[in-house]
Design a protein around this ligand. Structure first.
Ligand code: 26Q
Length: 833
């Protein structure tokens, strides 16, 4: 090391570059030196033993150094200028691989490529060594990650708070067509992005009882005597904005034992119980729970939620006290806390407890602060997905919080009663405590009552929220409700995922679109230019070839990149209707079998997605996709016109390969069921056309793209509700090609004669069909025929593809975050110099 005392250079001249600091320099030479330093001092492997994974870690550490430098300045600026900070509380952050994204945001991709080349390493090989942190299930977790990117890029001070799961979402393997879950060991090779902060740690109580007493002044006080105490330790990951100095932070909490807590605090003398408690403590942040599990209401899940929320709120109050020398009364002026769904909603009661029991504020003062600080984003209307906790479990786990919730409820119901007198039914509906099938705590009600702003995630979803799940609350406080349509970050989902398109866009409309996606509208000027159309097609063709390579290697299916690539990737769920897609495939198969002269538009059907391990039907749908694929792909005649591939282990990393390679995006949920969808937006930005229902953000995508550039089918929300009211009978719709398709699946055509394996799916559709697959089938089939016809006119398809990208600007997470900042958080930009 020679130059650590020298100031960092900003000049580009050779002498200046030579003097650049190894920890902060942006030139290829400084990066090369940094990598060599880290290989020696942080990784400690002899040169002869170095593999690409070592270079990955060294480069990651070098990149982290550069972000830490920005991070220090960002924090200082924020403190100096008394800025307001957004705290985004989320049980999930599905970050995806970090190295590529951080290099892009720092603007040092080319320098890194050159540095690695000088060291004899291939850039893509080194980047591919990263094990992605899968700390989320799907849309909700990925949304949180996109929002962190936008907050930093828009220079808004922000902290993400979550859980450092040791095991993220399981890895999916496909054995004999079935999903097999493998544990995700993402930390096995260490995590170069995080910095452990053992000194940033808080105690978290659990269980026990609440003790009421009178203090010296004669005031009534409450002390929580816990049954257990855990410790939360912070792990910080820097979040670098694109093209700016701003570098925010994601703080994830990891659970530790409090040494000898049981012995010292209570001195019960039960040594083995104490040891057991220590072991148990660390299991709290071991594993991410999959959604859609039939068995919910697990005590450990409640503990996870309370654990990370308590640590986060204690941290925020610590900043208020010690660092900024503020009074807690100023909390809402300095911090906006957003609840990403109800998972962190226990925070409402926890902040009340911290303010009333520990800071000795009056109830009224504490409540005013709490409501002014919290905002709540709802992500689902599915009644089975609304979080409730059995009252007895809640009482045993969080006895003091239950008392607080009762008091919130008492005052709240008084307010309701004052506004809507003598309406007992309304009080029952709105209570924070549910009385149907055993008493429970309704977390969505707690989040709503404790927040000054409540929002849905797409226009339709927000309207449905106001009209159904939260109708009574909307009538109570209409001014608190708004819509914030989701968005996705163009940096990752175009900049990184689609370098070909990025270059074409830079060339055609100039740089600048990556931070102002509305600029894509400029493409409309080129939509009829044949030269541009050719370039557009060439980019898509190359992306499809890249995807075909991946599918060959990972699904064992050979695809022709000239075919129409029809893609559905998302969690496997009945409401998302992967089985509707399959029924169309089976119908096409049947058409070919019946009429060998038929010349179908050749299509590759590509699926991907995980099923919750305990979700019986979803797992069988995966098996059916693979079974149909096997039959179709191995039929010499049929496979000239169609292929079916299931890409195993859909995640952020392979998503970046899949979205840009799609011609057609399947967004076919039952109207009213998909809150927003965000995959739909990733496809659209990358030039895929959508076949979709009027559900979630599809509605707005179609509005933006123009109805003529969107393949619409299916029942509307109103029609779905009407059919359900009238008593839905799937048999009314099962005829013609649908009847044949169901017969084929049931009679063993795709299962070597086995008539049992798919019976649960077929029976479900024939006799129940809760998501109206049968009712929408005819419309879907007719729409798919229009898709096939449209594909025949290459020029017209290309035009539609260009227009979809051109009109996708609204779906940038920058737009969404700007709206949150302006309408809910009141957080403004803070330029870091
Ligand atoms: C709850 C209790 C116990 C265990 C797990 C859960 C749990 C975990 C994750 C429940 C739900 C989730 C995730 C939900 C989710 O991803 N929702 C999606 O959010 C997206 C972002 O707003 C929307 O675009 C999707 O429409 C919505 O389905």
């Amino acid at each position: 090391m020679t130059d650590s005392s020298l100031p960092e250079s900003t000049g580009a001249d050779v002498a200046a570059v030579a003097r650049e600091h190894s920890r902060t320099g942006r030139s290829a030479e400084a990066l090369r030196r940094a990598v060599v330093d880290h290989l020696r001092y942080s990784i400690g492997r002899p040169a002869a033993a170095l593999e690409p994974s070592h270079y990955y870690r060294a480069l990651a550490l070098a990149v982290r150094d550069r972000m830490q430098d920005n991070r220090a300045v960002s924090t200082q600026t924020s403190l100096d200028l008394d800025s307001k900070v957004t705290c985004y509380l989320s049980a999930e952050f599905l970050m995806g691989p970090q190295l590529g994204a951080n290099l892009l945001n720092l603007g040092i991709e080319d320098a890194a490529r050159e540095a690695l080349a000088e060291l004899g390493q291939d850039y893509d090989t080194v980047l591919a060594c990263e094990e992605e942190p899968g700390l989320g299930n799907g849309g909700l977790g990925r949304l949180a990650a996109c929002y962190l990117d936008s907050l930093a890029t828009l220079e808004r001070p922000a902290i993400g708070y979550g859980i450092r799961y040791e095991f993220g979402i399981f890895d999916q393997e496909i054995h004999d067509g079935w999903q097999v879950e493998k544990t995700d060991n993402w930390l096995d090779n260490g995590n170069p992005w995080e910095i452990a902060k053992p000194d940033v740690s808080y105690l978290v109580n659990w269980g026990g009882y609440a003790e009421h007493y009178t203090d010296d002044t004669g005031a009534d006080r409450v002390r929580w005597v816990p049954g257990r105490v855990l410790k939360g330790v912070a792990y910080d990951t820097p979040i670098q904005g694109y093209g700016v100095k701003t570098c925010n932070v994601l703080t994830l909490w990891s659970a530790r034992a409090v040494k000898s807590f049981a012995l010292e605090a209570f001195n019960t003398g039960d040594y083995y119980k104490a040891v057991e408690d220590e072991v148990n403590s660390e299991t709290v942040t071991k594993v991410l729970y999959p959604n859609d599990e039939p068995e919910v209401g697990k005590r450990l899940r409640l503990l996870q939620q309370y654990f990370f929320v308590s640590c986060s709120l204690q941290h925020i109050l610590h900043i208020v006290d010690d660092l900024a020398d503020l009074s807690v009364h100023e909390l809402p002026q300095r911090f906006a806390i957003q609840l990403n769904d109800t998972h962190p909603s226990i925070g409402v009661a926890e902040l009340m407890r911290l303010l009333v029991d520990e800071r000795l504020l009056s109830w009224e003062e504490a409540w005013e602060i709490t409501v002014a600080t919290f905002g709540y984003t709802n992500h689902t209307l599915l009644p089975e997905a609304l979080e409730t906790w059995p009252l007895t479990m809640f009482a045993e786990s969080l006895p003091r919080h239950l008392e607080i919730i009762y008091e919130i409820n008492r005052r709240f119901l008084d307010e309701v009663d004052a506004k809507f007198p003598e309406d007992a039914e309304r009080l029952r509906r709105m209570s924070l405590i549910g009385e149907d099938n055993g008493k429970s705590v309704r977390m969505a009600h707690l989040a709503t009552v404790g927040s000054h702003a409540i929002n849905g995630v797409a226009a339709l979803h927000s309207d449905l929220l106001k009209g159904s799940v939260l109708k009574d609350f909307y009538e109570m406080w209409p001014e608190r409700f708004s819509n914030k349509t989701n968005g996705v970050t163009p940096r990752r989902f175009v900049g990184l995922a689609n370098p070909g398109l990025r270059a074409l866009l830079d060339d055609t409309i100039g740089a600048g679109w990556l931070t102002d996606l509305a600029k894509l509208r400029g493409l409309e000027n080129h939509v009829d230019d044949p030269v541009f159309q050719d370039r557009w097609r060439a980019v898509k063709r190359a992306n499809k070839a890249r995807l075909a390579d991946y599918v060959r290697a990972n699904a064992g299916v050979e695809l022709n990149a000239d075919w129409l690539f029809d893609v559905q990737v998302k969690r496997i769920h009945e409401y998302k209707r992967q089985h509707l897609n399959l029924l169309h495939i089976v119908a096409e198969y049947q058409r070919l079998k019946q009429n060998p002269e038929l010349r179908l538009t050749p299509r590759a059907y590509i699926f991907g997605g995980k099923a919750a391990p305990g979700y019986f039907l979803a797992k069988r749908i995966i098996k059916l996709i693979n079974a149909v694929g096997e039959t179709v792909n191995n039929d010499p005649h049929v496979s000239q016109f169609m292929k079916v591939a299931f890409v195993p282990n859909f995640n952020v990393q392979n998503g970046q390969l899949i979205y840009p390679g799609a011609d057609l995006s399947e967004q076919i949920s039952t109207a009213g069921k998909e809150a927003s969808g965000t995959g739909n937006m990733k496809f659209m930005i990358n030039g895929a056309l959508t076949i979709g229902t009027l559900d979630g953000a599809n509605v707005e995508m179609r509005e933006e793209a123009g109805a003529e550039n969107f393949f619409l089918f299916g029942l509307t929300v109103d029609q779905v509700q009407q059919i359900k009211r009238d008593g839905y009978r799937p048999s009314d719709y099962i005829n013609g090609e649908l009847a044949t398709a169901l017969d084929l699946i049931g009679n063993g055509t795709f299962s070597h004669g086995d008539t049992e394996v798919f019976r649960p799916i077929v029976d479900n559709l024939r006799f129940d069909d809760p998501f109206l697959v049968c009712a929408d089938f005819a419309s879907y089939l007719e729409c798919q025929d229009r898709v096939s016809a449209a594909w025949q006119d290459t020029g017209a398809w290309t035009r539609m593809s260009i227009l979809n990208t051109a009109r996708s600007g609204k779906f940038s997470s920058d737009r969404a975050i700007a709206e949150y900042c302006d309408d809910i958080w009141d957080v403004s930009a803070l330029t870091v110099l």
